[in-house]
Design a protein around this ligand. Structure first.
Ligand SMILES: Cc1cc2nc3c(=O)[nH]c(=O)nc-3n(C[C@H](O)[C@H](O)[C@H](O)COP(=O)(O)OP(=O)(O)OC[C@H]3O[C@@H](n4cnc5c(N)ncnc54)[C@H](O)[C@@H]3O)c2cc1C
Length: 474
């Protein structure tokens, strides 16, 4: 690997650019390397690993029991990535991608635009927002943020700690905190009781997967250490004497120092959407996801999406999908013919089928209640522009039929996060207000820059001949 430190060290052009160095991006790079093609991996984090294997090379917690075996399994992939014949630029934020396969990247407050022949977006997932009254108060954060602190800095919340929400990550984090000697005080579990009806038929397939036993043992361990309140259907957080008052049913409350929220993860859509790739509603995971084929190829030629960015399926599946998109890229770059691609893909496809078996059960069981996905009137819906659920609902009643009209009304999605934190909330809230399915509401259009860059960086961009001609034409 050629580990770069700034955009100045980038080549003029690359055959394959991979955005994201999580399991999908690292596996894609390992599969594509050493084929006499220029491969570049760009990732905004200081080191490889993505979400699950965050800080795998530098994690301060050396006791493997804290983060668990699944985390340390990432070390082998990170080592293979480090040995791969690719260029890698960490601390690099990709803010632009278009249908001409030009990529805008910023690192160290300097930007560059570079051309690629193929692009793989392995940008992963984000936590689904959980817009509650009080979710923006100091002391309230997401479980994923708490876990990032644990993985990268070895920090766990202490004092009176409440975890609220649903999904495998919430239980995993509780177990990691317990193993770190910082057991939370309470879990308010929001999985609707009714979800079991839809999940049960997928249970046999789930029980046949390698992670069912681990997951059930982990949940049992957590229940031995702390109180779990199941099927919580209402939640609100209020500031009270420097602490947080969490209420979840008439007359029941808990005073906490920290509240960590989580209700599953959804694909990051920003780059794919801003480039113009088609997205569609994924009923299984109740969210929008890029439209891709069996090789991860997206609707725009030359762009593929791999890993949880293409639809939530977990870390093992992410790595396998990364390999499949890389093999298709090698076919498109003339390295492999179809037969060669298919032969190399066969073991990955078989393993992907095995790892995907339990997904339907997890999706059905941990499908968040719609009312926890929409912003109640007294909750902040768009944090960047400080738009409340009440204002959003008024606008929907006054004619903002979808997220894009809403931008004109309230600027939702036009702040620094470019809709990452509010996109799903806006769709769900408008759907609830209008009494229609989120699929019909659609998702906000996104534009460049998909992540903030300074005007100075933009102005300092090396102008191409095409840029100069475009300016002269004006
Ligand atoms: C907060 C969080 C914590 C999670 N923790 C776990 C866990 O502990 N165990 C588990 O099994 N699963 C966990 N998951 C689920 C996780 O999605 C998958 O397990 C796995 O990490 C997916 O791999 P991936 O390669 O698709 O994406 P990721 O691992 O998310 O990697 C994507 C990478 O792309 C980078 N990136 C995104 N956009 C850009 C951009 N514009 N420019 C540059 N870089 C970019 C990201 O920073 C990240 O490094 C977590 C998910 C989230 C959201």
């Amino acid at each position: 690997m050629r580990r770069l430190t700034d955009v100045g060290a980038l080549r003029e052009a690359y055959d394959l650019v991979i955005v994201g160095a999580g399991p999908a991006g690292m596996a894609a790079a390992v599969e594509a390397a050493g084929q006499d093609r220029a491969v570049l991996v760009l990732d905004e984090n200081p080191g490889p690993g993505g979400q699950i294997y965050r800080a795998i090379g530098t994690a301060p917690l050396r006791d493997p029991r804290v983060l668990g075996a699944a985390y340390w399994e990432g070390a082998a992939l990170a080592d293979a990535f480090a040995a791969a014949e690719v260029d890698y630029l960490p601390g690099a934020t990709v803010w632009h991608l278009d249908d001409a396969l030009e990529i805008g990247v910023s690192a160290g407050a300097r930007s560059a635009v570079l051309p690629a022949r193929r692009v793989i977006l392995a940008t992963g997932a984000l936590e689904r927002p959980m817009p509650l009254r009080g979710w923006t108060l100091p002391g309230v954060m997401s479980v994923g943020a708490g876990q990032a602190l644990l993985k990268a800095q070895g920090i766990a919340p202490t004092g009176r700690v409440v975890l609220a929400g649903c999904g495998p990550l919430l239980w995993l984090y509780a177990a990691q905190c317990i193993a770190a000697g910082a057991a939370p005080s309470l879990i308010l579990e929001t999985t609707p009781r009714a979800n079991w009806r839809g999940a049960l038929r997928h249970l046999p397939a789930f029980l046949a997967t390698p992670y069912a036993r681990k997951g059930l043992a982990l949940m049992a361990r957590v229940r031995r250490h702390l109180r779990v309140v199941p099927h919580v259907a209402a939640l609100a957080i209020d500031a009270e004497d420097g602490a947080l008052r969490v209420t979840w049913a008439e007359g029941t409350a808990f005073t906490a120092d920290h509240v960590l929220l989580h209700q599953g993860v959804v694909p990051t859509l920003n780059l794919a959407r801003a480039a113009g790739c088609a997205i569609a509603w994924d009923e299984g995971n109740a969210c929008f996801a890029p439209v891709t084929d069996a090789w991860g190829t997206a609707s725009l030629p030359g762009i593929a999406v791999a890993g949880d960015g293409a639809g939530i399926a977990g870390a093992e599946a992410a790595a396998l999908r990364g390999r499949l998109t890389a093999l298709e890229a090698l076919r498109a770059l003339g390295v492999l013919d179809e037969a060669g691609r298919d032969a190399r893909a066969a073991p990955h496809r078989a393993a992907l089928a095995r790892w995907s078996r339990g997904r339907a059960f997890l999706d059905a069981l941990y499908r968040p209640a719609p009312h926890f996905c929409a912003a109640p009137p007294d909750a902040m819906a768009c944090r960047c522009e400080e738009v409340t659920g009440a204002a959003l609902r008024d606008a929907a009643r006054m004619g903002a039929t979808g997220p894009n009209q809403l931008k004109a009304f309230l600027r939702c999605g036009m702040g620094p996060c470019q809709g990452r934190m509010c996109g799903p909330t806006i769709t769900e809230t408008i759907a609830q207000e209008r009494g229609i399915h989120p699929r019909e509401v659609g998702y906000m259009r996104l534009r460049t820059p998909a992540k903030p860059i300074t005007l100075g960086e933009f102005a300092a961009l090396r102008k191409t001949e095409a840029d100069r001609r475009a300016v002269e034409r004006r």
